[in-house]
Write a protein that binds this ligand. Structure first.
Ligand SMILES: NC(=O)c1ccc[n+]([C@@H]2O[C@H](COP(=O)([O-])OP(=O)(O)OC[C@H]3O[C@@H](n4cnc5c(N)ncnc54)[C@H](O)[C@@H]3O)[C@@H](O)[C@H]2O)c1
Length: 387
Protein backbone atom coordinates (compact mmCIF):
# COMPACT_ATOMS: atom_id res chain seq x y z
CA UNK A 1 0.00 0.00 0.00
CA UNK A 2 1.14 3.52 -0.69
CA UNK A 3 0.60 6.82 1.08
CA UNK A 4 -2.46 7.51 -1.08
CA UNK A 5 -5.79 8.34 0.54
CA UNK A 6 -8.48 5.98 -0.69
CA UNK A 7 -12.02 7.23 -1.38
CA UNK A 8 -14.54 4.40 -1.33
CA UNK A 9 -17.14 4.88 -4.04
CA UNK A 10 -20.77 3.81 -3.78
CA UNK A 11 -22.24 4.01 -7.28
CA UNK A 12 -26.04 4.06 -7.64
CA UNK A 13 -27.48 3.17 -11.06
CA UNK A 14 -25.67 0.79 -13.37
CA UNK A 15 -26.81 1.93 -16.82
CA UNK A 16 -24.93 4.03 -19.36
CA UNK A 17 -23.52 6.53 -16.87
CA UNK A 18 -22.81 3.84 -14.27
CA UNK A 19 -20.51 2.20 -16.80
CA UNK A 20 -18.83 5.34 -18.03
CA UNK A 21 -18.16 6.73 -14.52
CA UNK A 22 -16.76 3.40 -13.41
CA UNK A 23 -14.44 3.43 -16.39
CA UNK A 24 -13.29 6.85 -15.19
CA UNK A 25 -12.52 5.62 -11.68
CA UNK A 26 -10.62 2.66 -13.10
CA UNK A 27 -8.39 4.78 -15.32
CA UNK A 28 -7.42 7.39 -12.73
CA UNK A 29 -4.49 5.59 -11.14
CA UNK A 30 -2.99 4.79 -14.55
CA UNK A 31 -3.14 8.25 -16.08
CA UNK A 32 -3.20 10.65 -13.11
CA UNK A 33 -0.96 8.59 -10.90
CA UNK A 34 0.57 11.40 -8.86
CA UNK A 35 -2.73 12.46 -7.28
CA UNK A 36 -2.89 11.90 -3.55
CA UNK A 37 -6.41 10.50 -3.55
CA UNK A 38 -7.59 7.38 -5.34
CA UNK A 39 -11.00 5.78 -5.83
CA UNK A 40 -11.87 2.31 -4.60
CA UNK A 41 -14.82 0.55 -6.26
CA UNK A 42 -16.47 -0.31 -2.97
CA UNK A 43 -20.11 -0.95 -3.89
CA UNK A 44 -22.55 -0.56 -6.75
CA UNK A 45 -26.32 -0.52 -6.55
CA UNK A 46 -28.98 -1.67 -8.94
CA UNK A 47 -32.54 -2.60 -8.00
CA UNK A 48 -32.41 -6.13 -9.41
CA UNK A 49 -29.98 -8.43 -7.62
CA UNK A 50 -28.98 -10.28 -10.77
CA UNK A 51 -28.02 -7.02 -12.46
CA UNK A 52 -26.25 -5.58 -9.42
CA UNK A 53 -24.19 -8.75 -8.95
CA UNK A 54 -23.29 -9.02 -12.63
CA UNK A 55 -22.26 -5.34 -12.74
CA UNK A 56 -20.11 -5.72 -9.63
CA UNK A 57 -18.38 -8.75 -11.11
CA UNK A 58 -17.86 -7.29 -14.55
CA UNK A 59 -16.60 -3.88 -13.46
CA UNK A 60 -14.76 -4.88 -10.30
CA UNK A 61 -16.89 -3.60 -7.42
CA UNK A 62 -16.14 -5.22 -4.11
CA UNK A 63 -19.82 -5.57 -3.17
CA UNK A 64 -23.31 -4.66 -4.32
CA UNK A 65 -26.65 -3.50 -2.94
CA UNK A 66 -30.19 -3.55 -4.33
CA UNK A 67 -31.49 -0.63 -2.23
CA UNK A 68 -29.71 2.73 -2.58
CA UNK A 69 -30.45 3.54 1.06
CA UNK A 70 -28.01 0.79 2.06
CA UNK A 71 -25.25 2.61 0.18
CA UNK A 72 -25.98 5.73 2.21
CA UNK A 73 -26.10 3.82 5.50
CA UNK A 74 -22.79 2.04 4.98
CA UNK A 75 -19.90 3.57 6.86
CA UNK A 76 -17.40 2.07 4.42
CA UNK A 77 -18.60 4.43 1.65
CA UNK A 78 -17.02 7.89 1.38
CA UNK A 79 -18.52 9.17 -1.88
CA UNK A 80 -21.89 8.53 -3.48
CA UNK A 81 -22.11 8.65 -7.27
CA UNK A 82 -25.69 9.21 -8.50
CA UNK A 83 -26.26 7.65 -11.93
CA UNK A 84 -30.00 7.07 -11.68
CA UNK A 85 -32.75 8.75 -13.69
CA UNK A 86 -33.47 12.33 -12.62
CA UNK A 87 -36.37 11.57 -10.26
CA UNK A 88 -34.00 10.00 -7.75
CA UNK A 89 -31.26 12.65 -7.77
CA UNK A 90 -32.71 14.84 -5.03
CA UNK A 91 -33.76 12.10 -2.64
CA UNK A 92 -30.43 10.30 -2.87
CA UNK A 93 -28.30 13.46 -2.77
CA UNK A 94 -30.08 14.88 0.27
CA UNK A 95 -29.77 11.58 2.15
CA UNK A 96 -26.10 11.29 1.16
CA UNK A 97 -25.39 14.86 2.31
CA UNK A 98 -27.07 14.20 5.67
CA UNK A 99 -24.87 11.12 6.03
CA UNK A 100 -21.78 13.28 5.39
CA UNK A 101 -20.84 11.63 2.08
CA UNK A 102 -19.19 13.37 -0.85
CA UNK A 103 -21.54 13.46 -3.83
CA UNK A 104 -20.98 13.20 -7.56
CA UNK A 105 -24.37 13.66 -9.22
CA UNK A 106 -25.40 13.24 -12.83
CA UNK A 107 -27.04 16.09 -14.71
CA UNK A 108 -29.51 17.70 -14.81
CA UNK A 109 -29.13 18.33 -11.09
CA UNK A 110 -32.88 17.82 -10.59
CA UNK A 111 -36.26 17.76 -12.29
CA UNK A 112 -37.20 21.27 -11.16
CA UNK A 113 -35.57 24.38 -9.78
CA UNK A 114 -37.29 23.86 -6.45
CA UNK A 115 -35.88 20.34 -6.16
CA UNK A 116 -32.43 21.60 -7.16
CA UNK A 117 -32.58 24.27 -4.45
CA UNK A 118 -33.16 21.68 -1.73
CA UNK A 119 -30.11 19.80 -2.98
CA UNK A 120 -27.89 22.87 -2.87
CA UNK A 121 -29.11 23.64 0.64
CA UNK A 122 -28.42 20.06 1.74
CA UNK A 123 -24.79 19.96 0.53
CA UNK A 124 -24.09 23.45 1.83
CA UNK A 125 -25.54 22.66 5.24
CA UNK A 126 -23.60 19.40 5.46
CA UNK A 127 -20.44 20.97 4.03
CA UNK A 128 -19.81 17.95 1.80
CA UNK A 129 -17.80 17.96 -1.40
CA UNK A 130 -20.02 17.91 -4.48
CA UNK A 131 -19.86 18.02 -8.25
CA UNK A 132 -22.21 17.53 -11.22
CA UNK A 133 -21.22 15.59 -14.33
CA UNK A 134 -21.48 18.27 -17.00
CA UNK A 135 -18.70 16.38 -18.71
CA UNK A 136 -18.48 18.32 -21.99
CA UNK A 137 -16.41 20.97 -20.24
CA UNK A 138 -13.68 18.35 -20.09
CA UNK A 139 -13.50 17.50 -23.77
CA UNK A 140 -10.04 18.97 -24.52
CA UNK A 141 -11.29 20.94 -27.55
CA UNK A 142 -14.09 22.47 -25.46
CA UNK A 143 -11.66 23.33 -22.65
CA UNK A 144 -9.42 24.92 -25.29
CA UNK A 145 -12.40 26.96 -26.58
CA UNK A 146 -12.90 28.27 -23.04
CA UNK A 147 -9.20 29.17 -22.77
CA UNK A 148 -9.19 30.96 -26.14
CA UNK A 149 -12.27 33.02 -25.24
CA UNK A 150 -10.83 33.82 -21.80
CA UNK A 151 -7.57 34.99 -23.43
CA UNK A 152 -9.54 37.71 -25.21
CA UNK A 153 -8.56 36.53 -28.73
CA UNK A 154 -12.17 36.75 -29.92
CA UNK A 155 -12.57 40.29 -28.59
CA UNK A 156 -16.12 41.33 -27.86
CA UNK A 157 -18.48 38.36 -28.23
CA UNK A 158 -21.55 38.93 -30.39
CA UNK A 159 -23.11 35.50 -30.83
CA UNK A 160 -23.24 32.11 -29.07
CA UNK A 161 -25.11 29.40 -30.97
CA UNK A 162 -25.62 25.80 -29.82
CA UNK A 163 -27.54 22.77 -31.03
CA UNK A 164 -28.07 19.31 -29.62
CA UNK A 165 -29.82 17.16 -32.20
CA UNK A 166 -31.03 13.56 -31.98
CA UNK A 167 -33.61 11.46 -33.83
CA UNK A 168 -34.44 8.48 -31.60
CA UNK A 169 -38.04 9.29 -30.59
CA UNK A 170 -39.61 9.91 -34.00
CA UNK A 171 -41.61 6.67 -34.04
CA UNK A 172 -45.09 7.08 -32.45
CA UNK A 173 -44.89 3.39 -31.45
CA UNK A 174 -42.14 4.08 -28.94
CA UNK A 175 -43.62 3.78 -25.45
CA UNK A 176 -42.85 6.17 -22.59
CA UNK A 177 -41.66 5.46 -19.06
CA UNK A 178 -39.92 2.54 -17.42
CA UNK A 179 -36.37 1.29 -17.90
CA UNK A 180 -34.57 2.74 -20.90
CA UNK A 181 -37.50 5.07 -21.79
CA UNK A 182 -37.74 7.11 -18.60
CA UNK A 183 -36.53 10.13 -20.60
CA UNK A 184 -39.96 10.30 -22.29
CA UNK A 185 -41.80 10.37 -18.97
CA UNK A 186 -41.90 13.82 -17.37
CA UNK A 187 -42.50 12.32 -13.93
CA UNK A 188 -39.09 10.63 -14.10
CA UNK A 189 -37.17 13.08 -16.25
CA UNK A 190 -38.66 16.44 -15.19
CA UNK A 191 -38.61 17.69 -18.76
CA UNK A 192 -37.69 16.45 -22.21
CA UNK A 193 -34.86 17.84 -24.30
CA UNK A 194 -34.57 20.95 -22.12
CA UNK A 195 -33.21 19.10 -19.07
CA UNK A 196 -31.63 16.27 -21.01
CA UNK A 197 -29.83 18.06 -23.83
CA UNK A 198 -30.10 21.84 -23.50
CA UNK A 199 -28.84 21.67 -19.91
CA UNK A 200 -25.48 20.53 -21.33
CA UNK A 201 -25.47 23.35 -23.88
CA UNK A 202 -26.37 25.90 -21.19
CA UNK A 203 -23.66 24.70 -18.80
CA UNK A 204 -21.00 24.89 -21.52
CA UNK A 205 -22.30 28.24 -22.74
CA UNK A 206 -22.27 29.94 -19.34
CA UNK A 207 -18.88 28.42 -18.51
CA UNK A 208 -17.39 29.89 -21.69
CA UNK A 209 -19.45 33.03 -22.24
CA UNK A 210 -20.89 33.98 -18.82
CA UNK A 211 -24.39 34.21 -17.40
CA UNK A 212 -27.61 34.05 -19.39
CA UNK A 213 -29.83 36.96 -18.39
CA UNK A 214 -33.20 36.32 -20.02
CA UNK A 215 -34.79 33.87 -22.43
CA UNK A 216 -37.60 33.55 -24.93
CA UNK A 217 -38.45 29.97 -25.83
CA UNK A 218 -40.78 27.65 -27.66
CA UNK A 219 -41.23 23.94 -27.16
CA UNK A 220 -43.15 21.30 -29.07
CA UNK A 221 -44.42 17.84 -28.25
CA UNK A 222 -44.83 16.21 -31.64
CA UNK A 223 -46.28 12.90 -30.46
CA UNK A 224 -49.12 13.75 -28.08
CA UNK A 225 -49.84 10.28 -26.62
CA UNK A 226 -47.73 7.19 -26.05
CA UNK A 227 -48.31 3.92 -24.26
CA UNK A 228 -46.82 4.11 -20.78
CA UNK A 229 -44.74 1.05 -19.93
CA UNK A 230 -45.92 1.23 -16.31
CA UNK A 231 -49.69 1.28 -16.84
CA UNK A 232 -49.80 -0.28 -20.32
CA UNK A 233 -52.26 2.52 -21.22
CA UNK A 234 -51.95 5.34 -23.72
CA UNK A 235 -51.13 8.50 -21.81
CA UNK A 236 -50.55 12.12 -22.65
CA UNK A 237 -46.90 12.93 -23.35
CA UNK A 238 -45.83 15.85 -21.19
CA UNK A 239 -42.18 16.20 -22.07
CA UNK A 240 -40.86 18.69 -24.61
CA UNK A 241 -39.75 16.80 -27.73
CA UNK A 242 -38.04 19.87 -29.12
CA UNK A 243 -37.05 23.24 -27.68
CA UNK A 244 -35.64 26.40 -29.19
CA UNK A 245 -34.75 29.50 -27.28
CA UNK A 246 -32.91 32.73 -27.72
CA UNK A 247 -31.39 34.80 -24.95
CA UNK A 248 -29.19 37.67 -23.84
CA UNK A 249 -25.94 36.94 -22.06
CA UNK A 250 -24.68 39.25 -19.31
CA UNK A 251 -21.82 40.30 -21.63
CA UNK A 252 -24.28 41.68 -24.21
CA UNK A 253 -23.99 38.81 -26.70
CA UNK A 254 -27.01 37.04 -28.16
CA UNK A 255 -27.59 33.31 -27.72
CA UNK A 256 -29.51 30.89 -29.91
CA UNK A 257 -30.12 27.32 -28.74
CA UNK A 258 -31.96 24.34 -30.19
CA UNK A 259 -32.43 20.75 -29.02
CA UNK A 260 -34.64 18.10 -30.51
CA UNK A 261 -35.06 14.33 -30.74
CA UNK A 262 -36.72 14.74 -34.16
CA UNK A 263 -33.77 15.71 -36.37
CA UNK A 264 -33.68 12.69 -38.65
CA UNK A 265 -30.13 11.54 -39.25
CA UNK A 266 -28.60 13.06 -36.11
CA UNK A 267 -27.69 10.82 -33.18
CA UNK A 268 -26.02 13.21 -30.76
CA UNK A 269 -24.97 16.24 -32.73
CA UNK A 270 -23.90 18.71 -30.10
CA UNK A 271 -22.36 21.75 -31.75
CA UNK A 272 -21.59 25.29 -30.72
CA UNK A 273 -20.23 28.35 -32.48
CA UNK A 274 -19.06 31.61 -30.97
CA UNK A 275 -18.60 34.75 -33.05
CA UNK A 276 -16.48 37.57 -31.70
CA UNK A 277 -15.16 40.86 -32.99
CA UNK A 278 -11.79 39.42 -34.09
CA UNK A 279 -12.31 35.69 -34.33
CA UNK A 280 -14.80 32.81 -34.23
CA UNK A 281 -14.75 29.29 -32.85
CA UNK A 282 -16.85 26.25 -33.58
CA UNK A 283 -16.99 22.71 -32.19
CA UNK A 284 -18.85 19.54 -33.06
CA UNK A 285 -19.25 16.45 -30.85
CA UNK A 286 -19.10 14.14 -33.88
CA UNK A 287 -15.56 15.37 -34.49
CA UNK A 288 -14.75 16.10 -30.89
CA UNK A 289 -10.97 16.35 -31.07
CA UNK A 290 -11.16 19.25 -33.51
CA UNK A 291 -11.73 22.92 -32.79
CA UNK A 292 -12.35 25.19 -35.73
CA UNK A 293 -10.97 28.68 -35.47
CA UNK A 294 -11.18 31.73 -37.71
CA UNK A 295 -8.91 34.68 -37.00
CA UNK A 296 -9.64 37.89 -38.88
CA UNK A 297 -6.10 39.11 -38.13
CA UNK A 298 -4.61 36.41 -40.37
CA UNK A 299 -3.07 37.68 -43.57
CA UNK A 300 -5.85 38.19 -46.15
CA UNK A 301 -4.88 35.64 -48.79
CA UNK A 302 -4.51 32.75 -46.35
CA UNK A 303 -7.31 33.83 -44.03
CA UNK A 304 -9.87 31.11 -43.44
CA UNK A 305 -11.22 28.60 -40.97
CA UNK A 306 -8.45 26.45 -39.52
CA UNK A 307 -9.09 23.08 -38.02
CA UNK A 308 -7.06 22.56 -34.86
CA UNK A 309 -6.46 18.90 -34.04
CA UNK A 310 -6.57 19.18 -30.26
CA UNK A 311 -4.15 16.35 -29.55
CA UNK A 312 -0.86 18.08 -28.83
CA UNK A 313 0.92 17.87 -25.50
CA UNK A 314 0.18 21.50 -24.72
CA UNK A 315 -3.55 21.13 -25.29
CA UNK A 316 -5.77 20.71 -22.20
CA UNK A 317 -5.45 17.25 -20.63
CA UNK A 318 -3.55 15.87 -23.64
CA UNK A 319 -0.19 15.53 -21.89
CA UNK A 320 -1.81 12.59 -20.08
CA UNK A 321 -2.50 10.58 -23.17
CA UNK A 322 -0.69 9.11 -26.13
CA UNK A 323 1.41 11.05 -28.63
CA UNK A 324 0.56 14.22 -30.55
CA UNK A 325 -1.79 13.47 -33.45
CA UNK A 326 -3.52 10.51 -31.81
CA UNK A 327 -7.08 11.00 -30.62
CA UNK A 328 -8.99 10.35 -27.46
CA UNK A 329 -12.79 10.05 -27.19
CA UNK A 330 -16.05 10.73 -25.40
CA UNK A 331 -15.23 8.58 -22.38
CA UNK A 332 -12.16 10.66 -21.66
CA UNK A 333 -14.29 13.67 -20.72
CA UNK A 334 -15.55 11.58 -17.79
CA UNK A 335 -12.06 10.36 -16.92
CA UNK A 336 -11.04 14.02 -16.80
CA UNK A 337 -13.95 14.83 -14.53
CA UNK A 338 -12.93 12.03 -12.17
CA UNK A 339 -9.37 13.36 -12.32
CA UNK A 340 -10.43 16.94 -11.57
CA UNK A 341 -12.60 15.75 -8.69
CA UNK A 342 -9.72 13.79 -7.17
CA UNK A 343 -7.31 16.66 -7.77
CA UNK A 344 -9.74 18.92 -5.92
CA UNK A 345 -9.50 16.58 -2.93
CA UNK A 346 -5.74 17.18 -2.95
CA UNK A 347 -6.05 20.96 -3.28
CA UNK A 348 -9.16 21.49 -1.15
CA UNK A 349 -10.76 23.55 -3.93
CA UNK A 350 -14.25 23.03 -5.35
CA UNK A 351 -14.68 20.80 -8.36
CA UNK A 352 -16.83 22.82 -10.75
CA UNK A 353 -19.56 22.55 -11.71
CA UNK A 354 -20.75 22.18 -8.13
CA UNK A 355 -24.40 21.76 -7.14
CA UNK A 356 -24.55 25.54 -6.84
CA UNK A 357 -23.25 26.00 -10.39
CA UNK A 358 -25.68 23.39 -11.73
CA UNK A 359 -28.46 25.21 -9.88
CA UNK A 360 -27.72 28.28 -12.02
CA UNK A 361 -28.07 26.12 -15.15
CA UNK A 362 -31.33 24.80 -13.74
CA UNK A 363 -32.57 28.39 -13.43
CA UNK A 364 -32.13 28.82 -17.17
CA UNK A 365 -33.91 25.50 -17.91
CA UNK A 366 -36.81 26.53 -15.70
CA UNK A 367 -37.04 29.98 -17.31
CA UNK A 368 -36.97 28.36 -20.77
CA UNK A 369 -39.88 26.05 -19.93
CA UNK A 370 -41.85 28.88 -18.31
CA UNK A 371 -41.22 31.13 -21.27
CA UNK A 372 -42.47 28.47 -23.68
CA UNK A 373 -45.58 27.83 -21.58
CA UNK A 374 -46.41 31.49 -21.13
CA UNK A 375 -45.18 32.68 -24.57
CA UNK A 376 -43.26 35.45 -22.82
CA UNK A 377 -39.69 36.59 -22.16
CA UNK A 378 -38.43 35.43 -18.75
CA UNK A 379 -35.59 36.69 -16.57
CA UNK A 380 -33.41 33.83 -15.37
CA UNK A 381 -31.99 35.50 -12.21
CA UNK A 382 -28.75 33.65 -12.90
CA UNK A 383 -25.85 34.66 -10.70
CA UNK A 384 -22.83 33.56 -12.71
CA UNK A 385 -19.24 34.32 -11.86
CA UNK A 386 -16.21 32.37 -13.11
CA UNK A 387 -16.94 28.69 -12.42
N1 LIG B 1 -23.31 13.54 -18.54
C1 LIG B 1 -23.89 13.03 -19.62
O1 LIG B 1 -23.49 13.28 -20.74
C2 LIG B 1 -25.06 12.10 -19.47
C3 LIG B 1 -25.37 11.18 -20.49
C4 LIG B 1 -26.44 10.29 -20.27
C5 LIG B 1 -27.17 10.37 -19.09
N2 LIG B 1 -26.86 11.30 -18.15
C6 LIG B 1 -27.62 11.38 -16.88
O2 LIG B 1 -27.28 10.24 -16.09
C7 LIG B 1 -28.39 9.76 -15.38
C8 LIG B 1 -28.62 8.29 -15.76
O3 LIG B 1 -28.76 8.19 -17.15
P1 LIG B 1 -28.37 6.85 -17.96
O4 LIG B 1 -28.31 7.23 -19.40
O5 LIG B 1 -27.22 6.19 -17.33
O6 LIG B 1 -29.70 6.03 -17.70
P2 LIG B 1 -29.88 4.47 -17.78
O7 LIG B 1 -31.33 4.25 -17.96
O8 LIG B 1 -28.92 3.87 -18.78
O9 LIG B 1 -29.42 3.98 -16.35
C9 LIG B 1 -30.11 4.34 -15.18
C10 LIG B 1 -29.86 3.25 -14.18
O10 LIG B 1 -30.44 3.62 -12.93
C11 LIG B 1 -31.07 2.48 -12.39
N3 LIG B 1 -32.05 2.90 -11.40
C12 LIG B 1 -33.24 3.50 -11.59
N4 LIG B 1 -33.85 3.72 -10.41
C13 LIG B 1 -33.02 3.24 -9.47
C14 LIG B 1 -33.09 3.15 -8.06
N5 LIG B 1 -34.17 3.59 -7.40
N6 LIG B 1 -32.07 2.57 -7.39
C15 LIG B 1 -30.99 2.11 -8.06
N7 LIG B 1 -30.86 2.16 -9.40
C16 LIG B 1 -31.87 2.72 -10.08
C17 LIG B 1 -31.64 1.76 -13.60
O11 LIG B 1 -31.94 0.43 -13.32
C18 LIG B 1 -30.48 1.91 -14.58
O12 LIG B 1 -29.52 0.92 -14.39
C19 LIG B 1 -29.55 10.68 -15.76
O13 LIG B 1 -29.69 11.66 -14.78
C20 LIG B 1 -29.12 11.30 -17.08
O14 LIG B 1 -29.68 12.56 -17.30
C21 LIG B 1 -25.82 12.14 -18.32
Amino acid sequence: MSDKKYIRIGLIGTGLMGRIHTNGYKRLADFFSEYGHRPVLQACCSRREEKAKAFAEQWGYDSYETDWKKIIERDDIDAVDICTPNDKHAEIAIAAAKAGKMILCEKPLARTLEEAKTMVEAVEEAGVKNTVWYNYRRVPAVTLAKQIVASGKLGKIFHYRANFLQDWTISPDLPQGGDALWRLDAAAAGSGVTGDLLAHCIDTAMWINGGIKDVSAMTETFIKERVHQGSGEKQKVTIDDACQFHCHFDNGSLGLFEATRYARGHKALYTFEINGEHASIRWDLHDLTRLEYFDHDDEGQVRGWRSIHVTDGDHPYMDRWWIPGTSIGYEHSFIHQVADFFKSLDTGESCHPTFKDAYETQKVCEAVLESANERAWKDTHVDWTEK
